[in-house]
Design a protein around this ligand. Structure first.
Ligand SMILES: [Zn+2]
Length: 274
């Protein structure tokens, strides 16, 4: 692989104006990550809120996130669906507007390229924003569901997503035409179980994977946070791409404390050259 012995080769990628030392460090870490990736046979990605922040969706739990304005127990729980559908829909309308204004960023697009190159088996995401699918990723396990499908929480009748997109504050709460119960998106509310299909697919992937790439998730939300540990226990390895300290501690074999939207495209570039 000509040229890769020189980390400076990647210096222009997303590091314009930064000190040379930073660029060299970033490039050295990316080469380490690429080496780890190349030696794997089945890589999976585990993504969370951090990958969508550059798309304009603040982490729900961050100071600018939705949980700074809404109490999740009162608007996104199984209790709220039964007792306060208006509060649920006031929150959902805000969330849906946020998601519809967002587009996939270079980190989402890099994962699409990796899958197409046969270097990524699947993505397990905790995000409900649909950006992996919008970017064009083929195999995405949406661990917490999505906001593309809607159904009645009582009679389970399906409702089209374009009706949700047209809802105005005066239409709230959105109730079933047939039984009057609240209509909900196909996502996992607090107090509800992970859908069995997503859980079993994630378990199958976790059992097969020999590399898990953690991207933009600090490892605080169970049960998805246990996936990297399971891969590691099975003899696999862990690549972590996260900003700042996380609950994964020193679990990762290689850790990139760098913005995913910068280092993932750079990593793809190295891997595509191999
Ligand atoms: Zn109904």
């Amino acid at each position: 692989m000509p040229g890769l012995s020189s980390p400076q080769r990647l210096a222009p990628v997303g590091v314009d104006g930064r000190p040379v030392l930073f660029a060299s460090l970033m490039n050295a870490l990316i080469l380490q990550a690429a080496s780890l990736w190349r030696s794997s046979r089945c890589a999976i990605a585990l993504t969370g809120a951090g990958i969508s922040v550059p798309s304009g969706i603040p982490d729900f739990r961050s100071p600018k996130g939705l949980w700074s304005r809404f109490n999740p127990d009162l608007v996104a729980s199984s209790w709220a669906l039964d007792h306060d559908p208006r509060a649920v829909w006031e929150f959902l309308l805000d969330a849906l507007r946020l998601f519809s204004a967002a587009s996939p960023n270079p980190a989402h697009q890099a994962l699409v390229r990796l899958e197409k190159a046969g270097l990524l088996e699947a993505i397990i995401t905790q995000n409900i924003d649909g950006l992996h699918e919008q970017a064009g990723s083929g195999r995405v396990v949406e661990f917490h569901g999505n906001c593309r499908k809607f159904y009645c929480n009582g009679c389970r009748r399906a409702y089209p997503a374009d009706r949700a997109a047209r809802l105005k504050p005066e239409d709230l709460p959105w109730l079933c035409d047939h039984c009057g119960r609240v209509i909900r998106p196909d996502l996992v509310f607090f107090g509800e179980a992970i859908p069995s299909r997503a859980m079993s697919e994630a378990q199958r992937l976790t059992a097969r994977a020999d590399l898990v790439v953690i991207i933009g998730t600090s490892g605080d939300v169970a049960p998805a946070n246990a996936i990297p540990e399971h891969v590691k226990q099975g003899g696999g390895r862990v690549l972590e791409i996260n900003l700042g300290p996380t609950s994964y501690g020193d679990l990762a074999d290689v850790r990139l404390d760098l913005p995913a939207e910068e280092c993932l495209p750079a990593l793809v570039e190295v891997l595509e050259q191999s």
